[in-house]
Design a protein around this ligand. Structure first.
Ligand SMILES: C[S@@+](CC[C@H](N)C(=O)[O-])C[C@H]1O[C@@H](n2cnc3c(N)ncnc32)[C@H](O)[C@@H]1O
Length: 241
């Protein structure tokens, strides 16, 4: 209560009260679009065998434990030779993908925190705390799996994907969550796929702009006709064959 009184006092004094109310009403009035992707059980996408998992304890910014298990099961089932991840964060998803594809080479890309204000597209405020960290990949840094993991520091919209184009079998997209970034990351992920084939997995089909982007793909582009939302998760899955 003390905080709110202080904040109210500041806003009235600074003349920002009207603006704050307007902004709040505006943000409330923008509702999430409906989630229209067909829902599928993880059992229908994999043989459901138990994956190997480690560093399971959840930190703010990580995928949920259930989602981590789904990602691990999918990787275990497909055994991709090369994996590319957009959005390393603390490396919990990177490590668990590495544990379930023992032969795979993994590339994981993260935004250097000093580029937070010079990105190609808008970044959501909610993403700032996940970008601002001393280093990326703390969960795998001391692990033997690190030998198979290459860290890339770049804005996902600026990185030159040409070097790895056509060499990747599995892309996990969990970087910036604005509409423009979902479109850009998805287009780049498609360039990476070997002969255009492989698995694309997006996180956060539950954030407004991610829903909007993936719904549009599903509705307007036949390439995305088979995209699915994995039951009980915010993961969206597409196997391009
Ligand atoms: C929600 S976290 C990823 C969480 C991770 N998948 C996990 O479960 O541990 C999002 C990550 O994307 C990164 N990121 C945000 N904007 C980016 C951009 N434009 N380019 C590359 N990485 C970006 C952030 O630095 C952050 O590490």
């Amino acid at each position: 209560m003390g905080y709110w009184l202080k904040r109210l006092g500041y806003l009235v004094k600074s003349g920002g009260f009207g603006k704050a109310v307007k902004e709040h009403k505006h943000s409330k009035s923008i509702e999430n679009p409906a989630k229209i992707l067909p829902v599928i059980s993880i059992n229908d996408l994999t043989d459901n065998s138990e994956p190997e998992m480690d560093e399971v304890v959840h930190a703010d910014g990580n995928v949920s434990e259930e989602e981590l298990k789904c990602i691990a099961k999918i990787v275990k089932f497909h055994q991709p030779k090369t994996i590319f991840e957009i959005g390393t964060f603390d490396g919990r998803t990177t490590l668990n993908m590495a544990l379930n594809a023992k032969e795979a080479k993994i590339y994981t890309l993260d935004l250097p925190q000093d580029e937070i204000h010079s990105t190609s597209f808008r970044i959501k405020k909610a993403d700032h705390s996940f970008i601002k960290k001393d280093f990326s990949g703390s969960r795998f840094i001391d692990r033997p799996e690190k030998e198979r993991i290459t860290q890339i520091y770049a804005d996902s919209a600026k990185y030159n994907y040409d070097e790895l184009a056509g060499q990747v079998d599995f892309v996990f997209i969990d970087g910036a969550h604005t509409y423009e970034y979902v479109l850009s990351d998805t287009a780049n992920a498609r360039k990476l796929l070997r002969n255009g084939k492989g698995v694309l997995l997006w996180h956060d089909y539950g954030w407004r702009e991610v829903i909007q982007a993936l719904n549009e793909y599903y509705q307007n582009d036949p390439d995305y006709a088979e995209i699915k939302n994995i039951e009980g998760t915010s993961l969206a899955y597409l196997h391009l064959k």
